[in-house]
Design a protein. Structure first.
Length: 300
């Protein structure tokens, strides 16, 4: 019993650390995008994340898993690396480039609701009344946030940005559905994804942008995003889930993140928080909780 309490205490600390890190990334995205374009930020941050994950595996003495997994299913890791991080972060960061941070980060939290939609054609699930209510609440909240509460006028800061933010939730939900079939070590699997993605992202940057050495602010921004959005934070979160005797208790910590994120957005970016953002989140978060109550998913 004492051992379980100690494990749960450790899991809580790891989980809170991950949530705190994820709460800062909306702010980090906007700051980094002041120094780098989307392609540059994806390329550099993916490289930092790959190195961080490689370092974690080296420290844990599990580097031998990488060639083993790569030999078993090379096509799977090629596909997963292209989906996440390459396509996912290109779409997500493009949304952040077009939208206020508070809008992009709030819309991104509807990915679990997008998962319910994708589960219909991909897994043969049927939408029940709870699903429909969760969809109505989640996307109603998105509409309120995206229009700043002006529902009748339907005026958006950027309709393209809203579309990209919603598309990013579908991509992440698709990635999660594909990853559920992978029973391998999660950190080693993610490291392979990023190892595949790094040369692809660098190549895209070289062809469609400028692959140059950025200033120190750009490097710092890419390193922060790579470490605390993509790499180390995932390791913290997966460790918390593994240690805890109640996965749902740790999973629910993620709902502290959107509100904490607004604090960083307001204080560091100086972006005034619109009342519509709070109203929208008051619909999105219960909608996601309602969705997870019937089909729990780890919100990573």
């Amino acid at each position: 019993m004492q051992v379980d309490r100690n494990r749960d205490r450790q899991a809580l600390l790891y989980g809170l650390g991950a949530v705190l890190a994820w709460s800062t990334v909306a702010t980090a995205f906007k700051l980094a995008l002041r120094e780098l374009d989307v392609l540059q930020l994806v390329a550099y941050s993916v490289c930092f994340s790959a190195l961080a994950l490689f370092g974690i595996l080296w420290r844990q003495g599990r580097l031998q898993l990488l060639p083993e997994y790569a030999r078993e299913t090379p096509g799977y890791f090629l596909l997963m690396g292209l989906v996440n991080p390459v396509i996912y972060y290109l779409v997500l960061l493009s949304a952040y480039d077009l939208l206020p941070a508070q809008q992009a980060q709030a819309i991104n939290y509807t990915w679990a609701i997008s998962l319910a939609l994708l589960a219909v054609p991909l897994l043969g699930h049927k939408l029940n009344r709870r699903d429909l209510l969760a969809l109505l609440m989640g996307y109603g909240g998105v509409l309120i946030i995206a229009t700043r509460g002006q529902l009748l006028q339907l005026r958006f800061d950027s309709l393209a940005g809203v579309g990209l933010a919603l598309l990013s939730t579908l991509i992440w939900a698709l990635y999660w559905l594909l990853s559920t079939r992978n029973q391998r070590d999660p950190i080693a699997s993610l490291c392979l994804n990023f190892a595949v993605a790094a040369p692809v992202a660098l190549g895209l940057c070289a062809v469609f942008s400028h692959l140059v050495m950025p200033g120190w602010r750009g490097i710092a921004g890419a390193a922060y995003v790579g470490l605390f959005e993509m790499g180390l934070t995932f390791a913290l979160w997966s460790t918390a889930l593994r240690l805890s005797t109640s996965v749902s208790r740790i999973g629910n910590l993620i709902f502290l993140s959107p509100l904490a994120s607004l604090v960083f957005i307001a204080t560091i970016l100086g972006e005034p928080i619109h009342p519509a953002t709070l109203v929208g989140l008051a619909l999105i978060i219960p909608g996601v909780l309602l969705q997870q109550r019937q089909r729990p998913v780890p919100p990573v």
